[in-house]
Write a protein that binds this ligand. Structure first.
Ligand SMILES: Nc1ncnc2c1ncn2[C@@H]1O[C@H](COP(=O)(O)OP(=O)(O)O)[C@@H](O)[C@H]1O
Ligand SMILES: [Mg+2]
Length: 362
């Protein structure tokens, strides 16, 4: 009786070995980063599925066991991200390519390397990040996380002064005021409060590239042995920042740079208001994030406020962020279950636009 020459698992691995000559080069690069010297990979010896991550579980971690030509065994982690449709995959893929280029010589701020993109399968394969923690899971202190997040942003935004495309925000404020169930009187007032603030956006010189989805879930931290900056706080200096999920990157250079800051703080600000009817905690946090931002551009003799001759647009962008988050919640939970949230959102946004609590450079 003849036995199976190739068991099922073995067959899979052999197939991958034959098909993956292209992939080996990437695996060798990741391995080189991991172990610090180049090892030529001879073969893949195993594949182990890891955690599934992401809001809809669309990200699958996979450990690839490899054997070098010197018969050493190593593990390389990959992250497979399956998107809903080819367009979203292409958009994120383009964002990843742009971001990788922008950060290529940066020792402090990184993005996982995009290894493979398939339009047809709506699939992106990234270098898997190991020993890297999401913002909320990181053991760094909150001020250190805020400072590092602020430090990362100018590398995306750039430092040239450009006009902002105001129409983007006119569309957004029309969209959010029409899209939520707001009593007519409040709606008109909110719209005109936002519209008054558009002047500040229009007169600013804050036009920049934008990360686009700059919330804490898309920021990760990795502690390293060696310092990657010389700021003076040992933990900050030993932490590298990874920006992930570049699905909404805008590289036209005409987005208000405070938009990313608004996205970052909108959920914190709403919760702050919900719990305390004030924004005291968020203001303190915003100040620290801006300190990180200013630290990065200080070498160019700049401060974030220099892009805003008529005053910052933090209030506008955080208020807009709160409205956008509430719109998303309406979509998730249905309009009828969410009216309390909508009412609180209106209250918070009116407070912000009337009292300008986030005008911290004044
Ligand atoms: N390259 C990676 N390596 C390891 N973990 C990752 C990687 N990219 C993302 N993750 C993890 O998966 C989660 C979801 O990924 P993300 O790209 O942000 O997807 P989503 O579109 O669901 O927000 C992240 O919050 C992070 O914890
Ligand atoms: Mg994400």
């Amino acid at each position: 009786m003849t036995s199976d020459i190739l068991a099922h698992e073995q067959l899979k691995i052999e197939l991958i070995n034959v098909l993956s000559k292209f992939f080996m080069r990437h695996l060798e690069e990741i391995l080189q980063e991991k172990i610090g010297n180049f090892q030529s990979i001879d073969k893949i010896t195993g594949l182990v599925f890891g955690k599934r991550l992401g809001r809809r579980g669309e990200l699958q971690l996979m450990t690839v066991n490899v054997e070098s030509t010197k018969n050493q065994s190593y593990e390389v982690v990959l992250a497979f991200k399956f998107l809903n449709n080819p367009e979203s995959a292409a958009k994120e893929g383009n964002g990843a390519v742009w971001l990788t280029d922008i950060l290529k010589n940066n020792f402090k701020i990184h993005t996982p390397r995009l290894l493979y993109f398939s339009h047809q399968n709506s699939l992106l394969i990234y270098q898997g990040l190991v020993d890297t923690h999401e913002y909320l899971d990181s053991k760094l202190d909150q001020p250190q996380k805020l400072f590092l997040s602020g430090l990362a942003l100018p590398y995306i935004h750039g430092i040239s002064r450009n006009k902002v495309m105001v129409d983007r925000y006119l569309h957004l404020i029309t969209g959010v005021t029409d899209g939520l169930n707001i009593p007519p009187g409040d709606k008109n007032e909110l719209f005109s409060l936002f519209k008054d603030d558009l002047n500040r956006v229009g007169t600013s010189e804050a036009g920049a590239n934008c990360f686009g989805d700059f919330h804490p879930g898309n920021i990760m931290f990795k502690e390293s042995e060696r310092p990657s900056s010389n700021i003076g706080d040992t933990k900050i200096d030993r932490t590298e920042v990874f920006l992930i999920d570049p699905a909404y990157v805008d590289s036209e250079g005409n987005v208000d740079r405070a938009e990313d800051i608004g996205t970052f703080f909108s959920k914190f600000a709403y919760n702050d208001y919900y719990l305390s009817e004030s924004f005291d905690r968020t203001i303190a946090d915003l100040e620290i994030l801006c300190r990180g931002y200013d630290y990065a551009i200080n070498q160019n003799q700049l401060s974030l406020i220099d892009f805003y001759p008529e005053g910052s647009t933090f209030d506008f962008q955080i208020a807009l962020g709160i409205m956008i988050d509430t719109m998303f919640k309406t979509k998730t939970f249905g309009a009828s279950n969410i009216q309390d949230r909508v009412n609180k959102c209106i209250e918070a946004v009116q407070y912000i636009l009337r009292k300008r609590p986030f005008d911290i450079y004044e």
